[in-house]
Design a protein around this ligand. Structure first.
Ligand SMILES: Cc1cc2nc3c(=O)[nH]c(=O)nc-3n(C[C@H](O)[C@H](O)[C@H](O)COP(=O)(O)OP(=O)(O)OC[C@H]3O[C@@H](n4cnc5c(N)ncnc54)[C@H](O)[C@@H]3O)c2cc1C
Length: 327
Protein backbone atom coordinates (compact mmCIF):
# COMPACT_ATOMS: atom_id res chain seq x y z
CA UNK A 1 0.00 0.00 0.00
CA UNK A 2 1.39 3.45 -0.91
CA UNK A 3 0.90 6.82 0.80
CA UNK A 4 -1.57 7.67 -1.93
CA UNK A 5 -3.75 4.73 -0.99
CA UNK A 6 -3.35 5.63 2.68
CA UNK A 7 -4.61 9.11 1.85
CA UNK A 8 -7.68 7.79 0.08
CA UNK A 9 -8.42 4.67 2.09
CA UNK A 10 -10.42 4.12 5.28
CA UNK A 11 -10.10 6.43 8.27
CA UNK A 12 -8.37 3.57 10.11
CA UNK A 13 -5.51 3.55 7.63
CA UNK A 14 -5.16 7.31 7.93
CA UNK A 15 -5.09 7.29 11.72
CA UNK A 16 -1.63 8.11 12.95
CA UNK A 17 -0.23 5.92 15.72
CA UNK A 18 0.04 7.93 18.91
CA UNK A 19 3.23 9.95 19.25
CA UNK A 20 4.89 10.61 22.59
CA UNK A 21 6.64 13.92 23.13
CA UNK A 22 10.00 14.76 24.68
CA UNK A 23 11.12 11.17 25.16
CA UNK A 24 14.53 10.31 26.62
CA UNK A 25 16.95 8.71 24.18
CA UNK A 26 19.74 8.25 26.76
CA UNK A 27 18.02 5.09 28.02
CA UNK A 28 17.54 3.83 24.43
CA UNK A 29 21.15 3.72 23.30
CA UNK A 30 24.17 1.75 24.47
CA UNK A 31 26.35 4.79 25.26
CA UNK A 32 23.60 5.99 27.65
CA UNK A 33 24.10 9.63 26.68
CA UNK A 34 22.27 12.28 24.66
CA UNK A 35 19.18 14.46 24.84
CA UNK A 36 15.53 13.62 24.16
CA UNK A 37 13.53 13.08 20.98
CA UNK A 38 10.99 15.80 20.31
CA UNK A 39 8.52 13.11 19.12
CA UNK A 40 8.73 9.34 19.47
CA UNK A 41 6.72 6.47 17.96
CA UNK A 42 6.87 2.70 18.22
CA UNK A 43 4.94 1.17 15.29
CA UNK A 44 4.02 -2.45 15.90
CA UNK A 45 2.92 -3.45 12.38
CA UNK A 46 3.84 -2.76 8.78
CA UNK A 47 0.85 -0.46 8.33
CA UNK A 48 1.71 1.53 11.48
CA UNK A 49 5.29 1.85 10.22
CA UNK A 50 3.87 3.26 6.94
CA UNK A 51 1.51 5.56 8.80
CA UNK A 52 4.21 7.04 10.94
CA UNK A 53 6.49 7.66 7.93
CA UNK A 54 3.49 9.14 6.11
CA UNK A 55 2.90 11.48 9.07
CA UNK A 56 6.54 12.64 9.05
CA UNK A 57 6.29 13.33 5.34
CA UNK A 58 2.94 15.10 5.62
CA UNK A 59 4.12 17.53 8.29
CA UNK A 60 7.63 17.69 6.79
CA UNK A 61 9.28 16.53 10.00
CA UNK A 62 12.80 15.07 10.08
CA UNK A 63 12.80 11.51 11.39
CA UNK A 64 15.26 8.87 12.48
CA UNK A 65 14.71 5.10 12.59
CA UNK A 66 16.20 3.56 15.70
CA UNK A 67 16.98 -0.05 16.57
CA UNK A 68 18.51 -1.03 19.91
CA UNK A 69 20.86 1.96 19.83
CA UNK A 70 23.99 -0.23 19.89
CA UNK A 71 25.73 1.71 17.14
CA UNK A 72 24.67 5.33 17.59
CA UNK A 73 25.76 8.45 19.45
CA UNK A 74 22.98 10.93 20.20
CA UNK A 75 23.79 14.64 20.50
CA UNK A 76 23.34 16.27 23.93
CA UNK A 77 20.64 18.41 22.31
CA UNK A 78 18.72 15.26 21.34
CA UNK A 79 16.83 14.83 18.07
CA UNK A 80 14.57 17.70 16.98
CA UNK A 81 12.14 15.57 15.06
CA UNK A 82 10.49 12.16 15.21
CA UNK A 83 12.37 9.08 16.36
CA UNK A 84 10.73 5.87 15.14
CA UNK A 85 11.62 2.66 16.95
CA UNK A 86 9.91 -0.22 15.08
CA UNK A 87 8.45 -2.82 17.43
CA UNK A 88 7.61 -5.36 14.72
CA UNK A 89 8.62 -8.59 16.44
CA UNK A 90 7.43 -11.63 14.49
CA UNK A 91 9.65 -14.57 13.53
CA UNK A 92 8.47 -17.32 11.18
CA UNK A 93 9.91 -20.40 9.53
CA UNK A 94 9.47 -21.22 5.84
CA UNK A 95 10.56 -24.49 4.29
CA UNK A 96 13.28 -24.35 1.67
CA UNK A 97 15.17 -27.59 0.97
CA UNK A 98 16.22 -30.90 2.53
CA UNK A 99 19.18 -29.25 4.22
CA UNK A 100 18.09 -25.62 4.81
CA UNK A 101 15.06 -23.60 5.87
CA UNK A 102 14.28 -19.91 5.73
CA UNK A 103 13.60 -17.76 8.79
CA UNK A 104 11.82 -14.44 8.34
CA UNK A 105 12.38 -11.99 11.21
CA UNK A 106 10.85 -8.54 11.65
CA UNK A 107 13.08 -5.47 11.90
CA UNK A 108 12.40 -4.96 15.64
CA UNK A 109 13.45 -8.47 16.70
CA UNK A 110 16.61 -8.47 18.84
CA UNK A 111 19.26 -10.43 17.00
CA UNK A 112 20.10 -12.35 20.20
CA UNK A 113 16.44 -13.49 20.42
CA UNK A 114 16.55 -14.60 16.78
CA UNK A 115 19.62 -16.76 17.48
CA UNK A 116 17.90 -18.37 20.47
CA UNK A 117 14.71 -18.93 18.44
CA UNK A 118 16.72 -20.63 15.66
CA UNK A 119 18.56 -22.90 18.10
CA UNK A 120 15.28 -23.83 19.81
CA UNK A 121 14.01 -24.84 16.37
CA UNK A 122 17.13 -26.84 15.43
CA UNK A 123 18.30 -24.24 12.91
CA UNK A 124 21.94 -23.21 12.93
CA UNK A 125 24.23 -20.62 11.33
CA UNK A 126 23.23 -17.27 12.83
CA UNK A 127 24.90 -18.13 16.16
CA UNK A 128 28.14 -16.92 14.49
CA UNK A 129 26.91 -13.44 15.53
CA UNK A 130 26.38 -14.35 19.19
CA UNK A 131 27.09 -11.50 21.58
CA UNK A 132 26.61 -8.71 19.00
CA UNK A 133 23.87 -6.41 20.31
CA UNK A 134 21.19 -4.92 18.06
CA UNK A 135 17.96 -5.53 16.22
CA UNK A 136 17.50 -7.22 12.85
CA UNK A 137 16.96 -3.72 11.32
CA UNK A 138 20.22 -2.26 12.65
CA UNK A 139 22.15 -5.45 11.90
CA UNK A 140 21.10 -5.59 8.25
CA UNK A 141 21.75 -1.82 7.94
CA UNK A 142 25.44 -2.28 8.76
CA UNK A 143 25.81 -5.90 7.60
CA UNK A 144 27.13 -7.05 10.99
CA UNK A 145 30.34 -9.00 10.88
CA UNK A 146 32.44 -11.13 13.15
CA UNK A 147 35.73 -12.57 11.90
CA UNK A 148 35.02 -14.07 8.47
CA UNK A 149 31.23 -14.05 8.84
CA UNK A 150 29.05 -11.32 7.33
CA UNK A 151 25.29 -11.22 7.81
CA UNK A 152 24.93 -10.92 4.02
CA UNK A 153 26.13 -14.55 3.77
CA UNK A 154 22.79 -15.57 5.29
CA UNK A 155 20.29 -12.99 4.03
CA UNK A 156 18.29 -14.08 0.97
CA UNK A 157 15.46 -11.55 0.77
CA UNK A 158 13.65 -8.80 2.67
CA UNK A 159 10.80 -6.31 2.70
CA UNK A 160 11.65 -2.62 2.76
CA UNK A 161 9.54 0.56 2.91
CA UNK A 162 10.28 3.36 0.48
CA UNK A 163 10.03 6.57 2.54
CA UNK A 164 9.20 8.59 -0.58
CA UNK A 165 5.89 6.92 -1.45
CA UNK A 166 5.35 4.44 1.39
CA UNK A 167 5.36 1.36 -0.84
CA UNK A 168 6.66 -1.88 0.61
CA UNK A 169 8.96 -3.77 -1.76
CA UNK A 170 10.08 -7.40 -1.72
CA UNK A 171 13.81 -7.34 -2.51
CA UNK A 172 16.56 -9.93 -2.72
CA UNK A 173 20.11 -9.96 -1.37
CA UNK A 174 21.60 -8.22 -4.43
CA UNK A 175 19.36 -5.15 -3.87
CA UNK A 176 21.32 -4.38 -0.67
CA UNK A 177 24.64 -4.00 -2.48
CA UNK A 178 26.25 -5.27 0.74
CA UNK A 179 29.83 -4.41 1.57
CA UNK A 180 31.89 -4.15 4.73
CA UNK A 181 29.75 -1.94 7.04
CA UNK A 182 27.55 -1.05 4.10
CA UNK A 183 24.09 -1.70 2.64
CA UNK A 184 21.73 0.27 0.39
CA UNK A 185 19.87 1.23 3.58
CA UNK A 186 22.66 3.77 4.24
CA UNK A 187 21.13 5.99 1.54
CA UNK A 188 18.18 6.54 3.94
CA UNK A 189 15.47 6.14 1.31
CA UNK A 190 14.36 2.68 2.44
CA UNK A 191 13.77 1.13 5.86
CA UNK A 192 13.81 -2.54 6.71
CA UNK A 193 10.48 -4.18 7.62
CA UNK A 194 11.73 -7.77 7.79
CA UNK A 195 14.55 -9.95 6.50
CA UNK A 196 14.72 -13.60 5.54
CA UNK A 197 17.79 -15.68 6.34
CA UNK A 198 18.82 -19.09 5.04
CA UNK A 199 19.82 -21.35 7.93
CA UNK A 200 20.84 -24.98 8.19
CA UNK A 201 18.59 -27.70 9.58
CA UNK A 202 20.39 -29.63 12.30
CA UNK A 203 19.81 -32.70 14.47
CA UNK A 204 19.71 -32.30 18.23
CA UNK A 205 23.41 -33.12 19.01
CA UNK A 206 24.57 -30.67 16.29
CA UNK A 207 22.26 -28.00 17.68
CA UNK A 208 23.63 -28.55 21.21
CA UNK A 209 27.10 -28.12 19.82
CA UNK A 210 26.08 -24.84 18.10
CA UNK A 211 24.47 -23.67 21.33
CA UNK A 212 27.67 -24.40 23.28
CA UNK A 213 29.68 -22.49 20.68
CA UNK A 214 27.26 -19.56 20.96
CA UNK A 215 27.65 -19.46 24.77
CA UNK A 216 31.44 -19.73 24.45
CA UNK A 217 31.53 -16.83 21.97
CA UNK A 218 29.55 -14.64 24.38
CA UNK A 219 31.91 -15.56 27.27
CA UNK A 220 34.92 -14.85 25.07
CA UNK A 221 33.56 -11.46 23.96
CA UNK A 222 32.71 -10.45 27.54
CA UNK A 223 36.29 -11.23 28.57
CA UNK A 224 37.92 -9.39 25.66
CA UNK A 225 35.76 -6.32 25.04
CA UNK A 226 33.66 -3.87 27.03
CA UNK A 227 30.00 -4.83 26.71
CA UNK A 228 28.07 -1.88 28.13
CA UNK A 229 28.13 1.94 27.91
CA UNK A 230 29.82 1.80 24.49
CA UNK A 231 28.86 1.56 20.82
CA UNK A 232 31.40 -1.18 20.09
CA UNK A 233 34.05 -0.07 17.58
CA UNK A 234 33.87 3.71 17.35
CA UNK A 235 35.86 4.19 14.12
CA UNK A 236 35.48 2.08 10.99
CA UNK A 237 38.44 0.32 9.42
CA UNK A 238 40.12 2.17 6.54
CA UNK A 239 39.40 1.57 2.88
CA UNK A 240 42.54 0.25 1.10
CA UNK A 241 42.89 3.52 -0.88
CA UNK A 242 43.05 5.53 2.37
CA UNK A 243 46.17 3.68 3.55
CA UNK A 244 47.79 3.17 0.13
CA UNK A 245 50.55 5.72 0.91
CA UNK A 246 51.66 3.99 4.14
CA UNK A 247 54.51 1.49 4.43
CA UNK A 248 52.27 -0.96 6.21
CA UNK A 249 49.07 -0.83 4.23
CA UNK A 250 47.01 -2.11 7.16
CA UNK A 251 43.33 -1.22 7.06
CA UNK A 252 42.70 -1.96 10.75
CA UNK A 253 42.06 1.28 12.60
CA UNK A 254 42.67 -0.44 15.98
CA UNK A 255 46.31 -1.07 14.91
CA UNK A 256 46.98 2.69 14.54
CA UNK A 257 45.06 3.57 17.70
CA UNK A 258 46.99 0.91 19.64
CA UNK A 259 50.33 2.22 18.33
CA UNK A 260 49.41 5.65 19.68
CA UNK A 261 49.45 4.26 23.23
CA UNK A 262 45.99 5.53 24.14
CA UNK A 263 44.42 2.24 25.29
CA UNK A 264 43.22 2.74 28.86
CA UNK A 265 45.12 6.06 28.99
CA UNK A 266 43.20 8.76 27.16
CA UNK A 267 39.98 10.25 28.61
CA UNK A 268 37.83 13.35 28.43
CA UNK A 269 35.43 13.86 31.34
CA UNK A 270 33.57 10.58 31.80
CA UNK A 271 34.56 9.19 28.37
CA UNK A 272 37.55 6.82 28.25
CA UNK A 273 39.41 4.82 25.65
CA UNK A 274 38.80 1.27 26.89
CA UNK A 275 41.75 -0.50 28.53
CA UNK A 276 40.64 -3.60 26.58
CA UNK A 277 40.35 -2.18 23.06
CA UNK A 278 41.88 0.99 21.58
CA UNK A 279 38.91 1.50 19.22
CA UNK A 280 36.25 1.37 21.92
CA UNK A 281 35.13 4.41 23.88
CA UNK A 282 33.41 3.72 27.19
CA UNK A 283 31.18 5.97 29.27
CA UNK A 284 31.99 5.54 33.00
CA UNK A 285 28.42 6.58 33.79
CA UNK A 286 29.11 10.31 34.00
CA UNK A 287 30.01 11.13 30.37
CA UNK A 288 28.09 13.48 28.14
CA UNK A 289 28.02 13.09 24.38
CA UNK A 290 30.25 16.19 24.19
CA UNK A 291 32.89 14.31 26.24
CA UNK A 292 32.71 11.39 23.78
CA UNK A 293 32.98 13.69 20.75
CA UNK A 294 35.92 15.62 22.26
CA UNK A 295 37.70 12.34 22.99
CA UNK A 296 37.01 11.01 19.47
CA UNK A 297 38.38 14.23 17.93
CA UNK A 298 41.53 13.91 20.04
CA UNK A 299 41.93 10.33 18.79
CA UNK A 300 41.51 11.55 15.20
CA UNK A 301 44.14 14.28 15.71
CA UNK A 302 46.65 11.82 17.18
CA UNK A 303 46.28 9.38 14.28
CA UNK A 304 46.47 12.16 11.72
CA UNK A 305 49.65 13.58 13.27
CA UNK A 306 51.37 10.23 13.63
CA UNK A 307 50.23 8.40 10.47
CA UNK A 308 48.73 11.02 8.14
CA UNK A 309 45.38 9.23 8.00
CA UNK A 310 42.10 10.35 9.51
CA UNK A 311 39.74 7.75 11.00
CA UNK A 312 36.00 8.24 10.54
CA UNK A 313 33.22 6.83 12.73
CA UNK A 314 31.43 3.53 12.22
CA UNK A 315 29.06 4.68 14.96
CA UNK A 316 26.13 6.72 13.51
CA UNK A 317 25.83 10.28 14.75
CA UNK A 318 22.26 11.36 15.57
CA UNK A 319 20.86 14.87 16.05
CA UNK A 320 24.02 16.93 15.39
CA UNK A 321 23.41 20.19 13.57
CA UNK A 322 26.93 20.09 12.10
CA UNK A 323 29.27 17.14 11.66
CA UNK A 324 31.12 17.26 14.99
CA UNK A 325 34.28 15.33 14.03
CA UNK A 326 37.24 16.19 11.81
CA UNK A 327 36.97 15.73 8.06
C1 LIG B 1 29.38 -3.99 22.83
C2 LIG B 1 29.17 -3.91 21.33
C3 LIG B 1 29.79 -4.83 20.50
C4 LIG B 1 29.60 -4.78 19.10
N1 LIG B 1 30.22 -5.72 18.32
C5 LIG B 1 29.99 -5.72 16.99
C6 LIG B 1 30.57 -6.73 16.15
O1 LIG B 1 31.30 -7.62 16.60
N2 LIG B 1 30.29 -6.69 14.82
C7 LIG B 1 29.47 -5.73 14.29
O2 LIG B 1 29.26 -5.76 13.07
N3 LIG B 1 28.91 -4.77 15.05
C8 LIG B 1 29.16 -4.73 16.38
N4 LIG B 1 28.59 -3.76 17.17
C9 LIG B 1 27.75 -2.73 16.54
C10 LIG B 1 26.25 -3.04 16.64
O3 LIG B 1 26.04 -4.18 17.37
C11 LIG B 1 25.62 -3.23 15.27
O4 LIG B 1 25.81 -2.12 14.45
C12 LIG B 1 24.12 -3.48 15.51
O5 LIG B 1 23.63 -4.39 14.69
C13 LIG B 1 23.28 -2.22 15.59
O6 LIG B 1 21.91 -2.58 15.69
P1 LIG B 1 20.88 -1.64 16.43
O7 LIG B 1 19.53 -2.26 16.31
O8 LIG B 1 21.34 -1.34 17.80
O9 LIG B 1 20.95 -0.34 15.51
P2 LIG B 1 21.02 1.18 16.00
O10 LIG B 1 22.31 1.42 16.70
O11 LIG B 1 19.78 1.56 16.71
O12 LIG B 1 21.07 1.91 14.59
C14 LIG B 1 22.21 1.74 13.76
C15 LIG B 1 21.82 2.17 12.34
O13 LIG B 1 20.85 1.25 11.83
C16 LIG B 1 19.74 1.99 11.30
N5 LIG B 1 18.52 1.17 11.45
C17 LIG B 1 18.00 0.63 12.57
N6 LIG B 1 16.86 -0.02 12.29
C18 LIG B 1 16.64 0.11 10.96
C19 LIG B 1 15.61 -0.31 10.05
N7 LIG B 1 14.54 -1.01 10.46
N8 LIG B 1 15.74 0.02 8.75
C20 LIG B 1 16.79 0.75 8.29
N9 LIG B 1 17.78 1.20 9.11
C21 LIG B 1 17.70 0.88 10.43
C22 LIG B 1 19.68 3.25 12.16
O14 LIG B 1 18.97 4.29 11.47
C23 LIG B 1 21.17 3.57 12.31
O15 LIG B 1 21.64 4.29 11.20
C24 LIG B 1 28.77 -3.78 18.55
C25 LIG B 1 28.13 -2.85 19.41
C26 LIG B 1 28.33 -2.92 20.78
C27 LIG B 1 27.62 -1.93 21.68
Amino acid sequence: MSYQSLETSSHQAREFPSLSTSVSLADKNWFKTGGPALFFAEPTSEIEFQQVLFYARTVNMPFYVLGEGANILVSDEGFKGLVIRPQLKKIKRLSYSDTHDLVQADAGVRFADLIVWCLENNLIGLEEFSGIPGTVGGSVFINIHYYEFLLSHFLVSAHVIDKRDGTVHAVDESWFNFGYNYSTLHENNFYLVNATFKVKKADTPTTFHAQGRSEEMIRHRYKRYPHAFTCGSFFRNFYPQEVAHLDKKLIYVAYYLDKSGIKGELSVGGAHVSYQHANMIVNDGTATTTDIITLARTMQELIREKFDILPQPECRLVGFEHYPLLI
